[in-house]
Design a protein around this ligand. Structure first.
Ligand code: MRU
Length: 350
């Protein structure tokens, strides 16, 4: 993705360091953060400096490679196992994190250089899959369509291109006229901050809508299609995605709006039979109670936006049953989740 005339990936590795676009500072400041060790990469995942299923997967793979480079000959295996547990404890929901760590861990058992090259392959595959998702998804989008999206499943959430936004960028480049409604996505506002920033960079016409406006817009016939990303997809096609996705899917069904999920097969989890077995992250109440933003004199400030003394519950994801999903756009094509196991639908290409 091009920012200020320079091509960037969301996260990459050079030597022993991992570099990443610091997403907590966007859209106010574009800055690159260096994580010099596996521990620093874990911190970046926990604090959401880097976020989004594919980007988390890529940095988790790089963190595992960092651990392989940090480990001494003596006690190599136990150091590696400890690092694996540490990385896997950072965030529980996105399947891509576990997918990447398992692959790089297996390579690290062969050699340090194998760990680094497999981590790089995982990141490269994420970018390539996202590009393919854009190609398949673009076939669904007609000239003049209004598309709603939730959270940020753009290039910032992956190594490059994105998933839900990848088809949108593709048709925009083809010259089709489209308009995007970006759900603000409380409490961390990934839609209002990141999706809107990305769409601005790419020149895609859009507007930000409050989280609770989607059903109303659908009832007015203003939404032609909804595309969202996914953090984990169970074997029966149930989809875990950012909190708020489920109510949009139910509204879409009610108003006859096609509801698509865009995700690479590295997000599919054959070990989870259905959505109930997907672990859902609960994050700090402070993310609901406080908001940070830019003051009129250009300072970053965090302020309390709720009743002082009240508590808050903050589940980060919800699960949309397969029956609400029109189709899942993958790097291998578009599949229908409802009506068969997904590995059958993908002919084993997971
Ligand atoms: O908590 P986040 O920002 O890491 O959430 C993950 C997501 O980006 C979304 O759930 C997204 O819609 C799916 S995958 C990029």
């Amino acid at each position: 993705m091009r920012v200020n005339g320079i091509d960037y990936r969301t996260v990459w590795m050079e030597g022993r360091s991992v570099f990443l676009i610091e997403q907590n500072l966007l859209p106010f400041q574009f800055s690159i953060h260096e994580a010099k060790s596996c521990a620093e990469s874990c911190h970046a995942i926990r604090t959401m400096m880097v976020r989004g299923a594919g980007a988390i997967g890529a940095i988790a793979g790089f963190a595992m490679a960092q651990a392989a480079l940090e480990a001494h000959e003596q006690g190599f295996l136990s150091f590696l196992q400890k690092a694996k547990t540490e990385i896997e404890s950072t965030r529980p929901t996105a399947r891509n994190l576990f997918y990447a760590v398992e692959k790089v861990y297996a390579a690290a058992l062969i050699s340090r250089s194998a760990a680094v090259s497999v981590a790089q392959q995982v990141a490269d595959r994420d970018a390539a899959d996202s590009r393919k998702i854009g190609e398949f998804g673009s076939e669904l989008i007609q000239d003049g369509m209004n598309i709603e999206t939730h959270c940020n499943a753009g290039w910032l959430a992956f190594v490059d291109y994105g998933t839900a936004l990848s088809p949108i960028y593709q048709v925009h480049r083809q010259g089709k006229k489209i308009f995007v409604y970006a759900d603000e996505t409380r409490p961390r506002s990934q839609g209002a901050r990141l999706t809107a920033w990305e769409l601005n960079q790419a020149g895609v016409p859009h507007t930000i809508i409050p989280d609770n406006a989607g059903a109303y817009l659908m009832s007015l016939g203003k939404i032609d299609m909804m595309i969202v990303g996914a953090d984990r997809i169970a074997a029966n096609g149930d989809v875990a995605n950012k909190i708020g996705t489920l109510e949009k899917a139910i509204a879409a069904k009610e108003f006859g709006v096609p509801f698509y999920v865009a995700a690479p097969t590295s997000t599919f989890d054959q070990e989870c039979p259905d959505g109930k077995s997907i672990p859902i992250e609960e994050r700090s109440a402070d993310e609901v109670l406080f908001q940070d933003g830019l003051t009129s004199d250009g300072r970053h400030e965090k302020i309390l936006v709720c009743s002082p003394g009240s508590s808050a519950f903050n589940p980060a994801f919800d699960v949309t049953p397969a029956k609400y999903i029109t189709g899942i756009i993958t790097e291998n094509g578009i599949i229908k989740a409802d009506g068969g196991t997904i590995d059958h639908l993908l002919n084993g290409k997971i």
